[in-house]
Design a protein around this ligand. Structure first.
Ligand code: ADP
Ligand code: MG
Length: 746
């Protein structure tokens, strides 16, 4: 690289002046480079007038309109002058108002806003005597500022970029600033992260041309071409970053953990399994087993519907590692789940998990739990078991990865429910020990292919498509919250199930009626609160149902006399949570009123009914996860979605979609469409400016696939990107650790 790129780092003040620079600074735009990457949000057609009937009070708008008439008069009451300009879209009118001390000050407006002129006005829509108006709007007259007539014509037909702007900085001031800057930049000032050969192959324009196209187009085709190229660039840099991660991992060494011939824990386990593995479990098991036999760290994502039997696949992998002299760690997102995993692993293993105990099998290992909330004594013992190698399997939360936890021979890390475990943690894992362990990440949230390529592009993927035979299935119904007959019927159904020996979950969005925000109390464990609906109406008038309140109501309900009702939520101390789960599991409690703390992985085969109150307050994937908690045993499941959402809202669509299908992939697709892009990649959560500005993961799957195809061989041939310094730098600045957060969440 030459010294040229420094132009992009130049502070804006020197180029566009202090006032504009300060206003841009408020938008996070500080350097020449930032400014040229501040893309227009849309383009206005100069001839096309804005439909003025669609303006809403209080909105900051940019409208194209034609001046109908303008009048200046003095105000008798308060002195000073007033200029009123009537503008029109041909059908509807809008009033513009300018005030001044003396009429002379209004002369320039009068001169510029002559009847017939078309201009782009921006301002906040206000109201005066029942009519909408803009007071002191900023404006740009089309065709102004150009002297010769040919230029006027050209200028008057160019698409007008509309920038994300603020009242302090109207869109055309941004436009002017960008043009000023662009005019001074040459091809050499804009080093391109995408190699020229690839641009040519894909028929894409250079960075320089693309930026001119999006900021100063002469025709729609210009900005379209520009956007296509910039979008590709985003996908390319991202895919190159992911390819590099894969290359780094591929170059690393891990201890191979080959399957053991002859007698082994795994063979003993398989022999005592009470069921036959599904074809999917066999196939994925084979992939995993083969990965473990290689001297490179496995990096595998296992996707499988709720109840598809991922845990067995993971356990068999863990046993292979233990047989080969290693240890395995199983990470769960919460302590409740960790405790449950411990129980279910011990149940599946039986005497094989009772090393050194009376009744333990001859070949056996030890499965221990290690969590932050354990008693000091229990924790000390677990730490010792891990450090001495006596425990073959250690179950816990992320705390397991803290440096204070030592393993004698950590060979495999299994992460259950990936979406709380990001790239950074994956890296921490790789770097914590001398030799990185193998990694298996499991998720029950189906991830559409393009999202997987983007968010988990550094992992190989396996799928468990089949569900163990004989699963009875789940029926789902929507129950209107304000229909008393239906609500009564709902609680009667609960009673019937309990009488049949089954168990029931009742999920609420809040813990206590005093909680201002639903779900807040579960944040401590990293659970997401019920998602705010971005596009729907404001929250329903009725307050959201709360665990503590509902539990009390149910306990007092005549239908449910004699039924034991318990609660489970994130604010309970861990020991109480464990106890509640254990009592529900054993049947001492028949109804468990809970927050989404039970969303993931909780497994009580006798649970048959899931009642979700304020169901419209939850995200689709979340609802799907919740529903997956029932119908896991012999009896069919029933999911009742209680909702007061008005028909036609996104919230109602979500609930209805869930009732219509149990296909997780279809649901994930609908969910993505209903969610905003930022949510998909977590950019909105990190609060930073996303590196992905034009690329939409849901919509631009083709671009992502092409970029991956192009980036992968390039990185494989040159993993350090020595030949591609600009690309290397782009990866560095786009995906710096703070921004890389967007890779971390699905
Ligand atoms: P997941 O973690 O994928 O949601 P689990 O591994 O918890 O699913 O399995 C759900 C239930 O199905 C468990 O009770 C498990 O013992 C059982 N199970 C797993 N594999 C099979 C199989 N091949 N046949 C019958 N039952 C199975
Ligand atoms: Mg599971």
């Amino acid at each position: 690289m030459t010294a040229e790129p420094d132009r992009l780092l130049e502070p804006l003040e020197r180029v566009v002046g202090k006032r504009t620079a300060e206003a841009l600074d408020a938008l996070g735009v500080r350097t020449v480079g930032d400014l040229v990457r501040h893309y227009p949000r849309r383009y206005a057609e100069p001839g096309r007038l804005t439909d003025l009937s669609e303006l809403a009070l209080g909105e900051h708008v940019a409208v194209m309109a034609q001046v109908r008439q303008a009048t200046v008069r003095t105000m008798r009451s308060r002195g000073g002058s007033l200029m009123q300009v009537g503008v029109t879209d041909g059908t509807h009118d809008l009033q513009l108002t300018f005030f001044a001390k003396r009429s002379g000050a209004l002369r320039s407006h009068e001169h510029r806003l002559r009847p017939g002129k078309v201009a782009l006005f921006t301002g906040t829509v206000g109201e005066y005597r029942g009519a909408l108006q803009l007071t002191h709007p900023d404006y740009q007259v089309i065709g102004e500022d150009v002297d010769d007539e040919a230029a006027v014509l050209v200028e008057a037909t160019r698409p007008i970029p509309i920038y994300p702007s603020s009242a302090a900085l109207p869109t055309w001031r941004i436009q002017r600033a960008v043009r000023t800057v662009l005019d001074t930049l040459t091809e050499a000032d804009l080093p391109d992260p995408v190699p020229a050969e690839i641009l040519e192959q894909r028929g894409l324009v250079s960075l320089h041309e693309a930026l001119r196209g999006v900021h100063a187009p002469f025709a729609d085709a210009d900005w379209r071409r520009g956007q296509a190229r910039l979008r590709y660039e985003e996908a390319f840099v991202l895919q190159a970053a992911l390819a590099r991660r894969r290359a780094i991992v591929a170059a690393e060494h891990a201890v191979a953990r080959p399957r053991r011939e002859g007698p082994s824990l795994l063979a003993d386990f398989d022999a005592r399994l009470p069921f036959t593995l599904t074809p999917g479990q066999v196939e994925v098991g084979e992939q995993v087993a083969t990965d473990l036999e290689r001297p490179q760290p496995m990096q595998r994502l296992l996707q499988g519907e709720v109840g598809s039997g991922k845990t067995v696949v993971a356990l068999r992998a863990m046993l292979q590692v233990v047989d080969a002299g290693g240890q395995a760690a199983l990470l769960a997102p919460t302590e409740v789940l960790a405790a449950q995993h411990l129980r279910s692993l011990r149940a599946l293993l039986g005497p094989l998990a009772e090393e050194g105990l009376l009744g333990g099998a001859e070949r056996a290992t030890r499965v221990v739990l290690l969590t932050g909330s354990q008693s000091t004594a229990a924790r000390r013992e677990a730490l010792l078991d891990a450090a001495s190698g006596r425990a073959g399997i250690v179950v816990g939360t992320h705390a397991l990865l803290s440096p204070s936890v030592q393993f004698a021979e950590l060979g495999l890390v299994v992460v259950d429910e990936q979406h709380r475990f990001g790239v950074e943690q994956r890296d921490a894992l790789r770097t914590r020990a001398g030799v990185p362990p193998h990694l298996l990440v499991m998720t029950a949230t189906p991830i559409p292919r393009t999202v997987a390529m983007t968010v988990f592009g550094d992992l190989e993927t396996s799928m468990l498509l089949d569900v163990p035979a004989g699963r009875p299935g789940i029926t789902t119904h929507v129950v209107p919250a304000d229909n008393e007959t239906w609500m009564t019927r709902t609680w009667q159904r609960v009673r019937e199930e309990v009488d049949a020996g089954h168990r029931v979950y009742v999920v609420c969005p809040r813990i206590s009626p005093d909680d201002p925000a639903e779900g807040a109390a579960t944040a401590e464990e990293g659970w997401e609160p019920a998602r705010e609906d971005e596009t729907g109406p404001a929250r329903p008038a009725a307050p959201l149902r709360a665990v503590l309140e509902v539990a009390e109501e149910l306990a007092a309900m005549p239908h449910l006399a004699g039924v034991e009702v318990g609660v489970l939520h994130g604010r309970m101390p861990p020991a109480e949570k464990d106890e509640a789960m254990a009592r529900f599991s054993s049947g001492q409690l028949q109804v468990l009123v809970a927050t989404t703390v039970i969303e993931v992985g909780v497994d009580v085969p006798e649970a048959t009914v899931m009642v979700i109150l304020d169901a419209d307050r939850f995200g689709l994937s979340q609802l799907h996860q919740l529903r997956g908690r029932v119908g896991r045993g012999q009896a069919p499941g029933l999911c009742l979605l209680v909702s007061a959402a008005a028909e036609g809202t996104d919230a109602a669509t979500r609930v209805r979609t869930l009732a219509e299908t149990t296909d997780g992939f279809r649901l994930a697709g609908v969910d993505l469409e209903l969610r905003r892009e930022g949510d998909v990649l977590g950019a909105s959560q990190s609060g930073g400016r996303s590196s992905l500005r034009l690329l939409r993961v849901v919509r631009h799957g083709d671009v992502i696939a092409e970029a991956r195809q192009d980036a992968t061989p390039l990185v494989m041939a040159d993993p350090d990107l020595a030949r591609w310094p600009v690309l290397q730098e782009a990866i560095g600045t786009w995906l710096d650790p703070r921004r890389e957060e967007f890779l971390d969440r699905a």
